[in-house]
Write a protein that binds this ligand. Sequence first.
Ligand code: ADP
Length: 283
Amino acid sequence: MVSQSMTLPKWTESIAAVDARSAVGTLSGVGLALEVRDLSLWYGKFQALDRISLDFPEHRVSAIIGPSGCGKSTLLRCLNRMNDLTPDVRTTGVIHFQGVDINARQTDPVALRRRIGMVFQKPNPFPKSIYDNVAFGPRINGYRGNMADLVERSLRQAALWDEVKDKLKQSGLALSGGQQQRLCIARALAVEPHVLLMDEPASALDPIASYKIEELMAELKKNYTIVVVTHNMQQASRISDFTAFLLAGEERTGRLVEYGPTSEMFTQPKDERTEAYITGRFG
Ligand code: ADP
């Protein structure tokens, strides 16, 4: 559902945007967590994204795929204004989160990132205890509830509680890579976000740890909306409900080629470039 207040200049002309609407339309009753319209981004003079339009439905896993350098991470970082932290970045277009323009002057980016959390490729626990890693965000936010309960709930949601419940005072850095990544997920969940952005969350992990993260995503989507960047197409086809395929031309500017339900995109891609990519002919 597009908010009334939005202007949609090129929306009706964009094939990708039409795909986005029809993709979401196939699931009646699904709300939208994020609506991206005509998003372009420049790093200095270099244009990295060109007029991207798509919707991310609530309580679904949406995957962003495409060859290295096509702008997947850049797009993901726009969704919670992480690109604000990079000098010389300029964007045009609109992103609405629950109907609010995330780039509006009155939107507080710190509050936004509390609602739209992020998990990175390389697990990055703080050099603190497991407990303190999870309690970190709530403490900063002045959480007044029962912290021990919140830590336990977050660790349970991240499927880590059983492995760490007897060593909460140990350093988060002493955990295995896969456990560290689930700790980072628990840390992100502890501030009770609405959306979780995941940038190749399993690519630095061994296959078993990676599989656990995939299982976890399927569980987490019951309570959260997930947008995940992955270069692993098998993983995208296993874990996601929707897939967005980005591609950059010679000038390296990323564009949305196709967006739709994952099951359709992987069996009946509409664009021949998508077919070439998912069948491994390039990238
Ligand atoms: P992907 O995630 O698909 O590999 P990225 O979003 O990381 O792609 O990068 C898209 C393009 O933007 C690439 O050409 C990359 O070199 C460029 N880029 C990424 N980050 C920056 C930055 N901070 N400054 C300048 N260019 C960047």
